[in-house]
Write a protein that binds this ligand. Structure first.
Ligand code: GLC
Ligand code: CA
Length: 543
């Protein structure tokens, strides 16, 4: 099987959450100028693509995932000119930028939505307005929002309900309306013509609601069978690909909740270049994400291998702005902080597919719990907290549960150095800086040749230099579930990766002859190595 070689096959993506990256003007909020000032840092790391979480004008109910104008930059972040400067400064450093395409919904402050409240306006049909059941006193159907509670909100002036699959201020667009699809094409073209390389397409497998019938009753997301992965959804994506993306050298990655291989492959057929699946990051969750279960390495391995075998080009990631930090989840923050972080880096960078790393992952940033409700900024976490309180769960327990899903954990300001507020801002940060910044920061990483930063840098470089590590085939090797081992092969070349996923010493079942390219413990010989140390990992050129 051969892949048409493209830029995104060879390059690593780095996700920036603009609010928390670098504040250039001291108002406590990250901004575009701040990002520009860190491009040299990103160049040093070696990444080739930046995924910029939304920078569009927005009231920031969901931190920019609620867009009120797709053609303007959010004023706290800067101006259109600064955005153009970011694109060109990045280009000078051979870095391309993809933006977030958030079109399942707009903000309720978008002018389309405001106009849609006039039932005679053409904009009324841009959204999903309906009369409610029981004489308009109950929502039109039983669907639930992703952030809990009903997915419908009644509007007094219109005397109808509107659909919102996320927060009340994120209003679902109506993709049965051709004009909405044309608007989306216009947005894409506008930014592509400014030199953007493509998009990460937000919740893109739920834009088309086939029907508004009641859903089968579930504990979580009742109604989803009417809008996830629908045929109409595929047709729209094919149209966007045909009419817009195919005209550019572009990259698209879809955020697709609850896809299986079959559906994922469907999205990859003339629709998107890649998709984000969530099976592996849900490995420690019950189907209601609020409830955590024990992480089992063997399960993680099984899921990853399945995706590797069944989808020809994956996205490989462990973190993003919606997930908890990966070291406490899949590694051992206390006893093997650096070793486990490096092992997870190898896992992310050496599987087949495009690796995505999230800001701060390269320096091993960790979660921040909170016992203060007022500190929580994540609208999803607040909504869930309120629901739990309604269900009479005591405050402390509710907060404890919410801490396990609070997306603020991954959104704390980037830790640049030891100075006040980790060098993120000279003012008051919009979200508290993790107090561990004295130890965990970029400055310390850059001073230590053995740091996580340089390990990521090395892996990124190897992946660029060695074709087997980017384009090579993936072949699973069978070992116990506590280890992951696989080869990557290209022509005559074979590279073997072996990783101990656990904090215990394990028997090494493989005797690997060849040059050791990378080893977490600095080992130089795996030919007759009886054991692997906790989180030990190695990359060996086996032929
Ligand atoms: C995606 C985003 C998330 C946002 C949601 C609604 O899942 O990653 O941050 O809350 O979509 O736009
Ligand atoms: Ca700022």
């Amino acid at each position: 099987m051969s892949i048409k070689e493209k830029y995104f096959h060879e390059n690593v993506v780095y996700q920036i959450y603009p609010r928390s990256y670098k504040d250039a003007n001291g108002d406590g909020v990250g901004d575009i100028k701040g990002i520009i000032s860190k491009l040299d840092y990103l160049k040093l790391l070696g990444i080739g693509i930046i995924w910029l979480s939304p920078v569009y004008e927005s009231p920031h109910d969901d931190m920019g995932y609620d867009v009120s104008n797709y053609y303007k930059i959010h004023k706290e972040y800067g101006t259109l000119e600064e955005m153009e400067l970011l694109i060109s400064e990045a280009k000078k450093r051979d870095i391309r930028i993809i933006m977030d395409l958030v079109v399942n919904h707009t903000s309720d402050e978008h002018e389309w939505f405001i106009k849609s409240k006039d039932v005679n306006s053409k904009y009324h049909d841009y959204y999903i307005w309906r009369k409610g059941r029981k004489n308009n006193t109950r929502p039109p159907n039983n669907w639930q929002s992703n952030f809990s509670g009903s997915a419908w909100k009644y509007d007094k002036d219109v005397d109808k309900w509107y659909l919102h699959l996320f927060s009340e201020k994120q209003v679902d667009l109506n993709f049965h309306n051709k004009e909405v699809i044309e608007e989306v094409k216009k947005i894409i073209k506008f930014w592509m013509d400014k030199g953007i390389y493509g998009f990460r397409c937000d919740v893109i497998n739920q834009i088309y609601k086939t029907s508004l019938d009641n859903g089968r009753q579930r504990i979580f997301l009742t109604g989803r069978e009417h809008y996830l992965n629908q045929e109409g959804n595929h047709l729209i994506l094919k149209e966007l690909q045909r009419d817009v993306f195919s005209k550019y050298d572009s990259m698209t990655v879809g955020e697709t909740f609850r896809v299986d291989f079959k559906n994922a492959n469907k999205f990859l057929d003339d629709e998107l270049d890649m998709v984000f699946q969530f099976d592996h990051v849900n490995v420690d969750r019950f189907s209601v994400p609020l409830f955590k279960k024990k992480y089992r390495p063997r399960k993680l391995k099984k899921i990853l291998f399945n995706w590797q075998k069944n989808v020809s080009w994956n996205t490989n990631y462990l973190e993003n702005h919606d997930q908890l930090r990966s070291i406490p989840r899949f590694g051992d923050e206390k006893n093997y902080y650096l070793e486990s972080a490096k092992m997870l880096a190898m896992l992310t960078l050496l599987l087949k597919g495009t690796p995505f790393i999230y800001q701060g992952q390269e320096i091993g940033m960790l979660n921040i719990g909170t016992d203060n409700l007022e500190d929580i900024k994540d609208v999803a976490a607040v909504t869930v907290y309120n629901l739990l309180r309604k269900l009479l769960i005591p405050h402390r327990l509710a907060l404890k549960l919410v801490n396990t899903i609070n997306r603020d954990n991954a959104r704390t300001p980037m830790q640049w150095d030891k100075t006040h507020n980790a060098g993120f801002t000279s003012g008051d940060p919009w979200l508290k800086v993790n107090p561990n910044y004295q130890n965990i920061n970029v400055e310390n990483n850059l001073k230590d040749p053995n740091s996580l930063f340089y390990f990521y840098q090395k892996l990124i470089k190897l992946r660029k230099e060695i074709k087997a590590l980017s384009y090579g085939n993936f072949n699973a090797l069978s070992t116990s579930g506590n280890l992951i081992a696989f080869t990557r092969t290209f022509g005559e070349d074979e590279y073997t990766v072996i990783l101990n996923l656990t904090n215990k010493k394990r028997k090494n079942p493989l005797f690997l002859r060849g040059e050791v390219i990378l080893s977490i413990y600095g080992e130089t010989n795996y030919e007759d190595k009886k054991h692997l140390a906790p989180y030990e990992g190695a990359l060996i050129k086996t032929s």
